[in-house]
Design a protein around this ligand. Structure first.
Ligand code: PLP
Length: 411
C-alpha cells in the first residue's frame, strides 16, 4: 500500500494475530482505541522474561533477580525517553490509565484539595477521568466545574477561562477524546491553569499510542497512559508526574518496597517512584511495555501519527458516503485516529454484530463516556479506531460491511 507514512505490509508481518481469520474472513481489527494488538517484539520480550530470568525485582541479590531488576528499570528509562520526561524517576508504573488517575486523585487530591476548592474537567471525559474526581470532591467537599467542549469545534479557551479562578486546584482533560477523535490544546490549557495556580492532569490513554508525547512541551503536571493501548501488555500503565509533585505526595497504596523504615505503629516512605509502587510490581508488563515503546520508536511516532490520522480522515469521508450514517467529532482534516458513527436508528450493538460477521472488529456502546453520549443525544455509537497495521483496504472492508448491514435492516 503505497503512499502511506508506514510500510503497512511490513508492519502486518510483525503482528502474529493478523494471520488469523474471523468468520472465515481476514481479520480487520478496528477496535484499537479499546486495545491494540501486540507485535512479536512484545510477545517475545514477555516470553524471554518468563523463560530466562523470571524473578522478583529490587529484593534479591541472585543473578536472575539482578537481570529482572535491570530489565524493569530499563523499561522505566525507555518510557521516560518516550515521554521526554526530565528523569526516569518521574515514571510510576501502574496497572493502567485508570489506576494512574486514581493515584493522583487519592494521593495528591486528598493532600491538596480542601472544602471550597474547585476541580475542573470537561464534559467529554472517559469515566476513569470523571469518577475519581467525583469521589474526591465528595470526600473533601470540593466543587466540580465542567467545561463544555464543542464536539466539532473543540475546546473554546474562553469557556475554560470563565471557570478558572484562585479556588481551582486542579484542571484535567483528555489529550484525545476516545469518542470524538478530537485533540484538545493541552499546552494552552496548562498555561492558563497554571496562571491560577492549578495542577494539570492529562488523560493520554488515546494520544500516547497515536502521536509523539513530550510532557515538558505540554507543560502538564501529571499524565496517565495505558500500556495495552500502546501495543504493550494488559495490566501495565504509567503515571508520569513532575518530580517535585511526586516527592511531596503521600503514598497511595501501602505495602512492601514503598517504605524507607517500618515500625510497629509508624512508617516512613521511599522516594518516588518506589513510594507509589507498593508490593511486587508489574514486572513482565513493564518489560513488555518497554519493548512496545522501542517498537514504536523504530517506526517513528511522527509517522505513526500521520498514518493513523490519514486513515481516520479516509474513514470519515468514506462513511459519510453511506446513506444514513452520522459521524461525530471534528472534520476529517482535524481528526485523530478514530471515528465514531451511527447508522440511522439502528442500535450500534446490532451494527457492530453484523459488521463482525464480515471479519471487521469495531466497538459499539457508550465507550465509557455516558455524559458525552447524553450530549450527542444517542445512547451508543459505533467506533472504528486505527493502528499502524491498518490500511485503506481495512476501511474498504468496513464500508462494505456497513453497506451489507444496511441491507439486512432494509435501509
Ligand atoms: N481514558 C481514555 C480516553 C480511554 O479511552 C480509556 C480506555 O478506553 C481510559 C481512560 C481508561 O483506560 P484503562 O481502562 O486502560 O485504564
Amino acid at each position: 500500500m503505497r503512499g502511506m507514512p508506514v510500510d503497512i505490509e511490513a508492519v502486518r508481518r510483525d503482528f502474529p494475530i493478523l494471520a488469523r481469520q474471523v468468520h472465515g474472513k481476514r481479520l480487520v481489527y478496528l477496535d484499537n482505541a479499546a486495545t491494540t494488538q501486540k507485535p512479536a517484539a512484545v510477545i517475545e520480550a514477555l516470553d524471554r522474561y518468563y523463560r530466562n530470568y523470571n524473578a522478583n525485582v529490587h529484593r534479591s541479590v541472585h543473578k536472575l533477580a539482578e537481570e529482572a531488576t535491570l530489565a524493569y528499570e530499563s523499561a522505566r528509562q525507555e518510557v521516560a525517553r518516550f515521554l521526554n520526561a526530565a528523569r526516569p524517576e518521574e515514571v510510576v508504573f501502574t496497572s493502567g490509565t485508570t489506576e494512574a488517575l486514581n493515584l493522583v486523585a487519592y494521593a495528591w487530591g486528598r493532600a491538596n484539595v480542601r472544602a471550597g476548592d474547585a476541580i475542573v474537567y470537561t464534559d467529554i471525559e472517559h469515566h476513569s477521568n470523571l469518577v475519581p474526581w467525583q469521589l474526591l470532591a465528595e470526600a473533601v467537599g470540593a466543587e466540580i466545574r465542567v467545561v463544555e467542549v464543542d464536539p466539532e469545534a473543540g475546546l473554546d479557551l474562553d469557556r475554560l477561562e470563565a471557570v478558572l479562578d484562585e479556588r481551582v486546584r486542579l484542571v484535567t482533560l483528555p489529550h484525545i477524546s476516545n469518542v470524538l477523535g478530537l485533540e484538545l490544546p493541552v499546552a494552552e490549557v496548562a498555561r492558563r491553569a497554571h496562571q491560577v495556580g492549578a495542577v494539570v492532569v492529562v488523560d493520554a490513554a488515546q494520544s500516547a499510542p497515536q502521536q509523539p508525547i513530550d510532557v515538558q512541551a505540554l507543560g502538564c503536571d501529571f499524565l496517565a497512559l495505558s500500556g495495552h493501548k500502546l501495543y504493550g501488555p494488559t495490566g501495565i500503565g504509567v503515571l508520569w508526574g513532575r518530580y517535585e509533585l511526586l516527592a511531596a505526595m503521600p503514598p497511595f497504596l501501602g505495602g512492601g518496597e514503598m517504605i524507607r523504615r517500618v515500625g510497629l505503629t509508624r512508617s516512613t516512605f521511599a522516594d518516588p517512584p518506589a513510594r507509589f509502587e507498593a508490593g511486587t510490581p508489574k514486572i513482565a508488563g513493564a518489560i513488555g511495555l518497554g519493548a512496545a515503546v522501542e517498537y514504536l520508536e523504530g517506526l517513528g511516532m511522527d509517522r505513526v501519527a500521520a498514518h493513523d490520522r490519514a486513515l481516520a480522515a479516509q474513514a470519515h469521508e468514506a462513511l459519510l458516503e453511506v446513506p444514513g450514517v452520522t459521524v461525530y467529532g471534528p472534520p476529517p482534516d482535524r481528526r485523530a485516529g478514530l471515528v465514531a458513527f451511527s447508522l440511522d436508528d439502528i442500535h450500534a450493538h446490532d451494527l457492530a454484530s453484523l459488521v463482525d460477521t464480515e471479519g471487521v472488529a469495531i466497538r459499539a456502546g457508550h465507550h465509557c463516556c455516558m455524559p458525552l453520549h447524553d450530549r450527542l443525544g444517542v445512547p451508543a455509537t459505533a467506533r472504528a479506531s486505527f493502528a499502524v497495521y491498518n490500511g485503506p483496504d481495512d476501511i474498504e472492508a468496513l464500508v462494505r460491511a456497513v453497506h451489507a448491514a444496511r441491507k439486512v435492516f432494509n435501509r
